[in-house]
Each structure stands twice: as structure tokens, then as C-alpha cells.
Write a protein that binds this ligand. Structure first.
Ligand SMILES: CCC/C=C/C=C/C(=O)SCCNC(=O)CCNC(=O)[C@H](O)C(C)(C)COP(=O)(O)OP(=O)(O)OC[C@H]1O[C@@H](n2cnc3c(N)ncnc32)[C@H](O)[C@@H]1OP(=O)(O)O
Length: 307
């Protein structure tokens, strides 16, 4: 962590939440109006979202699925926030879908006949898909920090995130086939694009075998493995600080164009990029950043307008 960061934390009286995050501890209870998410501000431009249901191993109950949408829509609108760190409180990152709380919605959908039941079920699935798509739609980069187990819905969540870090004890499991369903909220669509090895994706999704940290790193699911949660949280916050020091015009434009190009041809993506930058290149941030580079100044010393 940089000196600048530390002074910024102290200046704002935010040293304790930062230390808690760095220690990998829960920052406390969920933050109202949320019941499953705890939101803290380790620095003025960084939002830490912690999945906070440790006693249930962060199983994804109904409240979680809707709170994710509210939380990330709010972050998308929050002009102070430039980057998000997402982690899980307690023993593991997440046990996936809450098998107790969600059974009704999925196994006994309402409707007078097959068509209406199917229609209602479709709407439920689309709604749950949005709980993770909202991470991708949020223009602020999301760094996800994974410790212990990341099961089922957890893999859906992390594949919608921009940067994945994990601890040496982390393991990943596309568990859906074990509970009798095909994963339907993002894993089957995003994991092949993340890993780029179809055979491995097929193997993981069809057998539900566990994949441990070293393999996750070697196949590209995560970009860094840390010895423990405390070190990982410190690494995540340091990385968040690096991103947050850059121009938000440049950072958000980079996220949006990377996602666009993942889903389009090179030529379509170049066209999109040209149209994007024909306005974004007119930002003051370009001159400020270029000048800092010429003067060998740290970008942490440059003030960019909020976005
Ligand atoms: C349309 C939506 C589509 C979404 C699909 C998503 C699908 C999936 O996510 S499939 C994966 C489902 N998850 C599982 O099968 C995992 C089940 N849990 C476990 O295997 C273990 O709990 C785990 C290895 C995660 C942790 O083991 P540990 O010994 O550390 O803890 P436990 O004593 O087992 O559990 C502690 C309490 O947490 C409750 N709990 C754990 N997982 C879930 C869960 N998935 N759903 C609901 N509750 C869960 C567990 O019951 C214990 O509660 P209590 O007895 O009250 O203490």
C-alpha cells in the first residue's frame, strides 16, 4: 500500500475499515438496507462489497440475488467510486445457491398451466441472471477476492467480474450438475471465454470436480494466488488503488471496450472503439495523464474529475 493511500485513509477516518478488510475480517454486519452485503469505503475511490452471511457459508438466498442488483446499480451511479473489491466473510467465499431458501422459487414455480409456469420460471431465471450481469454492466472494474470454497453460483459471480484473485486454499466447483440442473446464470456462457480451453470447461461443468488454486491459476481463471486471505485482501486493495489512480475515463472505457470485444469480431470492436474514443479522447484526463508521464509524476498525485 502506498503512503498516499495511508494518508488518505487517515484523513477520512477510514483506517479501521481498511485494516479490517486487509485482515480479511468481516467489517461487521450487512450494511442497511442490505441484509447480505456489507459495504465499506477503504479509500474514497474504492468500494469494498463483502458477502456477509458467514454462518451460512455465504449461501445465496433470495435477498442476496436482489441486493446484488441494487448494490451494483448504486455503485454504477456512484461518481466517487472508481473500483470495487468483492469478497466473502467467514470461512469460505460462497457455498453457492441457498438450497433451503431458493427451493420454492425454482422447484414449485407458480402458474395455472404449463405455459404460464414456464413463463414465470423463465422470468425468475432472467432475474437471477441479472444479479451477476449487473457486475459486468457496472462500468467500474470489479476485483473479486476468493478464499476457500467457491461453489456453483460463486463461479457464475466470479466469471462476471473483471479480475479474479484467490488464496492458496481456494477451490472452485461448477456444482450445478450435482444438484440436477444445467448452470443457468452465467458460468456456461462466460467460463469458456475466461479460460479459453473448451475441453477443460466441459470437464469441469460435466463432472463438477473441484479445481484448486494452482490449476485455476494455470488455466487463467485467476490471475494471482496469495498465501492467505489477509495477504490477498492487501493485494486486492493495492491493485484497486493502482486502478483508482488512473483516469476514470480511461479505466471505464477500457472495461467497457474489453467486454464489447469479447463478444464481437475484431472489426466490429475496432469500429466501436473508434466511435467510443472520438468523444472520450477529448477528455482533460488525457492531457493531465500525458503531462504526468512526461514529468515522471505519479498518477496518484493527479486530480481527475469524478465520473
Ligand atoms: C436460478 C438460479 C440458478 C442458480 C444456480 C446455482 C446453483 C448452485 O450454486 S449449485 C451449488 C449448491 N451448493 C452446494 O451444494 C454446497 C452445499 N454446502 C456444502 O457443501 C458445505 O456446506 C460447504 C463445503 C460449502 C461448507 O462446509 P462446512 O463444513 O464448512 O459448513 P457446513 O456445516 O456444511 O454449513 C454451515 C451452515 O451453512 C449452511 N449451508 C452451507 N451451504 C449451504 C447452501 N448451499 N444452502 C443453504 N445452506 C447452506 C449449512 O446448512 C449450515 O447451516 P446450519 O446447519 O444452520 O449451521
Amino acid at each position: 500500500m502506498t503512503f498516499l493511500f495511508r494518508t488518505s485513509f487517515r484523513k477520512q477516518g477510514l483506517l479501521i475499515p481498511v485494516l479490517n478488510a486487509v485482515r480479511g475480517m468481516s467489517t461487521g454486519s450487512p450494511t442497511p438496507p442490505f441484509t447480505t452485503l456489507s459495504i465499506s469505503r477503504p479509500a474514497d475511490t474504492i468500494t469494498h462489497v463483502e458477502f456477509c452471511r458467514p454462518e451460512k457459508r455465504n449461501a445465496m438466498n433470495k435477498a442476496f440475488w436482489s441486493e446484488m442488483v441494487d448494490c451494483f446499480n448504486q455503485i454504477a451511479e456512484d461518481k466517487e467510486c472508481r473500483v470495487v473489491v468483492f469478497s466473502g466473510a467467514g470461512k469460505i467465499f460462497t457455498a453457492g445457491i441457498d438450497l433451503m431458501d431458493m427451493a420454492g422459487d425454482i422447484m414449485q414455480p407458480e402458474g395455472d398451466d404449463t405455459a404460464r409456469i414456464s413463463w414465470n420460471l423463465r422470468q425468475i431465471i432472467v432475474k437471477y441472471q441479472e444479479s451477476f450481469s449487473v457486475i459486468e454492466k457496472c462500468p467500474k472494474p470489479v476485483i473479486v477476492a476468493i478464499h476457500g470454497a467457491c461453489i456453483g453460483g460463486g463461479v457464475d459471480l466470479i466469471t462476471a467480474s473483471d479480475i479474479r484473485l484467490c488464496t492458496q486454499d481456494a477451490w472452485f466447483q461448477v456444482k450445478e450438475v450435482d444438484i440436477g440442473l444445467a448452470a443457468d446464470v452465467g458460468t456456461l456462457q462466460r467460463l469458456p471465454k475466461v479460460i479459453g480451453n473448451r475441453s477443460l470447461v466441459n470437464e469441469l461443468a460435466l463432472t463438477a470436480r473441484k479445481m484448486y488454486a494452482d490449476e485455476a491459476k494455470s488455466c487463467g481463471l485467476v490471475s494471482r494466488v496469495f498465501p492467505d486471505k489477509e495477504t490477498m485482501m492487501a493485494g486486492a486493495l493495492e491493485m484497486a488503488g493502482e486502478i483508482a489512480s488512473r483516469s476514470p475515463v480511461a479505466v471505464q472505457g477500457t472495461k467497457i471496450n474489453l467486454i464489447f470485444s469479447r463478444d464481437h469480431s475484431v472489426q466490429e470492436s475496432l469500429n466501436y472503439m473508434a466511435t467510443w474514443n472520438m468523444s472520450m479522447l477529448q477528455t482533460h484526463d488525457l492531457m493531465k495523464s500525458a503531462q504526468a508521464a512526461m514529468e515522471k509524476k505519479s498518477l496518484k498525485d493527479i486530480i481527475f474529475s469524478k465520473l
